[in-house]
Design a protein around this ligand. Sequence first.
Ligand code: FES
Ligand SMILES: [Fe+2]
Length: 362
Amino acid sequence: MVTDLVQLGAGAARPPAELIFGDWYPALRARELRVGKMTKTMLLGVPLVLGRKKDGKIFAMRDLCPHRGIPLSAGWFDGETVQCKYHGWRFEPCSGQCVEIPSLTQFETLDPTKIYAGAYPCEERDGYAWVYLPEPGTGRVGDALPAVPELPKFSQRFRSAHLVADLPCNVDHGIIGLMDPAHGPFVHQAWWWRSRASIHEKEKHFEPIPQGFRMSAHAPSGNSAPYKLLGVYGEPITTTIDFVLPNRRYETIRCGDKWFSSLTTVTPVTPSTCRIDVIAAWNIFYAVPFVTSIATFFGARFVRQDQQTMIEQAEGLRFHPGLMLIDDADKPAKWYFGLKQARLKGSGEHPLSGPVTLHWRS
Ligand code: FES
Ligand SMILES: [Fe+2]
């Protein structure tokens, strides 16, 4: 689907990945979008310009003028329309519809409103601007879009935090690095998490879900200090982890009416680079001051450890080494590749035919 984009932004010799279009991706923190200001970003190799209109609605346009290709972000945005810097064409940014071509005279019959710049569905959820990127060449998108992804929350009052890190590898390495259980004791060594000495055998149950798989509700690892903290509530703790295409990992920890919920996404920026975003919310220790900054601090450290490892991995991947996926610790990675291929081919197959139990030491 994406072969025409594979070279875009490839830059260094990082192997590009095939990309899944036709879904929602987090583009930017919504608070970066202010009325009258345009913010550039890139998703799946597509240059985007995002902004917020005076009525509060956010928009995402392809950052290219349909006239002669200059980035629209080089022009002006007055809170209502985006005006191209080159010949001053004006566009309504949510629809992309051209509303004015300043050079037209009464002698011309061209109707500017028949012209559209690229504009993508864009919605605010959990503090992010999510953008729906259709398959290239499918034209304007209709109304039948999948639901905008959302972090599950289990009470009215909660705290939340966000983390972001750029990863110098393609989205596949970012995702399998995220779901890989065996790197924990090596990459995330810390007194409050786990150490090599704490490695022990685990048994985890998985089941297929639409477009993904679930690590069934289980009591969390005995060697994870944050989970031990929850023990103070004296109720059974359960964790559920879902992976859902194209790039979403949902983790829910519940302990009576206390809960912690996170949504981690690995989003292709270009075919060869990606970005990890973590959105988390919880009502555990709601009343404790600074708990958000403490959680963000530890979360950021965790993400930095993954990021640093992937920076080092990217050095090796430049040489296009052959790679291995073993059983069972790499089984989720194999399922990811199976799911992704089925989605790209539209075959509707699922790599899991039923519940599976995996064993590994971590
Ligand atoms: S290039 Fe944008 S108006 Fe001409
Ligand atoms: Fe990690």
